[in-house]
Design a protein around this ligand. Sequence first.
Ligand code: NAI
Ligand code: 15L
Length: 264
Amino acid sequence: MERLLITGAAGNLGRLARARLAHLADTLRLSDIAGMEPAGPNEEVVECDLGDAAAVDALVAGCDGILHLGGVSVERPWDEIQNANITGVYNLYEAARAHGHPRILFASSNHAIGFYRQDEVITVKDPQKPDGLYGVSKCFGEAMASMYHSKFGQETALIRIGSCFETPRDRRMLATWLAPDDFVSLVECVFRVPMLGCPVIWGVSDNDEGWWDTSTARLIGWRAKHSSEPFRAEIEAAAPRPAVDDPSAVYHGGVFTATGILKA
Ligand code: NAI
Ligand code: 15L
């Protein structure tokens, strides 16, 4: 690619992508509403609110691919989610339509299906079951991608990320963990596969415990190499097993299922 746009570049995964995925393009265009490190060689840094249509149009112009990580990434009041994850996603898809349909990786989330129970293994064909307004916004993003694919041929990888952190942080993440190395190889596969379409793929490592049928990963030739298992003993020793009816032990989305509707 000549130019890859990374939204959310000031965030947790955006900083990881900036550090480890520069080889995917001649130039990285890095964008966030928050401040970022100044541009290095082969980088462009652009502050932009995803809710600003004209700014997003200019941001997307000239890009061959978009790693869309920007937006509200946890449960928050509606106004914040609406601006970044609803209006922002609309702005992004309209800008992509105006500028030649650059391939998009949409960072969806397990919270689009968070109300499934941990004794259920689900596939990407099971209906969405969001666990909050944040989860609803990810369902919206998936629906926008599907519509733009059917209507205009826009390609998007809908990556339902589990929990991507340096190490798993609690018992639930033994099942949901996506190792940073696996995140990197997953993004590489999305932007390298010749034909993408609009598949839903779980962003999760090869953990022993898991609730998601990961077979669609083969559509992009991706295979996770890491597992949360080496962290199990330490995590189990650090905190007692939660009660059987504790949301963290009942639902895929864990404690997100127990959060109310937050107000500003
Ligand atoms: P993060 O919260 O660290 O980064 C998100 C970035 O988006 C922030 O830097 C924030 O300033 C920016 N942002 C928020 N509102 C914006 C707006 N209106 N305009 C422009 N930028 C805005 O989140 P993280 O962990 O890096 O996640 C990246 C993406 O992956 C998010 O979309 C998140 O929903 C998704 N995801 C992440 C998971 C994880 O385990 N890290 C799990 C599931 C999904
Ligand atoms: C997400 O969608 C969030 O962005 C991330 O911060 C974690 O909470 C993750 O899900 C998770 O479910 O562990």
